[in-house]
Write a protein that binds this ligand. Structure first.
Ligand code: THU
Length: 153
């Protein structure tokens, strides 16, 4: 995927449509009494197509709050799924697409698929139009460390 593009939901593969539906369902479970900004995320993992979902969970003390994407990640990783193929995100806004925050981009970057990337689909609650992009586009020149070629000798 070279450029981000906005497409009709119905033109997407059935597996992507299903992932977006799972993210939209997860959004309905968001606990966001402080912002009233609900977000749902669904991760399709690479190994055998397991899907893990998350919603944002806020806290009165604010800093313990967690984004939908980062609520889904530990569910996948703690079950042994560390390579992500696709992430679908649906936020409550109907008039614009909501991309993942910087912290979520960096968190997802840790779990790129074997092609070195993750496809990212951003939907709206009505699931009519979908913005298709990728983690590489959302997080160019991402931070990489502890790889053989970056070890200082
Ligand atoms: N939020 C997410 O769930 N994902 C993001 O990538 C950006 C922001 C949530 C956090 C907070 O509960 C609400 O949206 C408003 O910032």
């Amino acid at each position: 995927m070279d450029n981000e593009q906005i497409v009709d939901f119905s033109s997407l593969d059935e597996s992507v449509q299903e992932l977006l539906r799972r993210a939209a369902e997860a959004r309905l479970r968001a606990y966001c009494p402080y912002s009233n900004f609900s977000v749902g995320a669904a991760i399709l993992t690479e190994r055998d197509g397991q899907v893990y979902t998350g919603c944002n969970i806020e806290n009165a003390a604010l800093s313990p709050s967690i984004c939908a994407e980062r609520a889904a990640v530990p569910k996948a990783v703690s079950e042994g799924y560390t390579k992500f193929k696709i992430v679908a995100i649906v936020a409550h806004q109907q008039n614009s697409f909501t991309g993942p925050c910087g912290v979520c981009r960096q968190t997802l970057s840790e779990f790129r698929g074997s092609d070195g990337d993750i496809k990212v689909y951003l939907g709206k609650p009505t699931l009519d139009k979908v913005l298709c992009t990728s983690l590489s586009q959302l997080l160019p020149l991402s931070f990489v460390s502890y790889k053989e070629d970056s070890v200082v000798t």
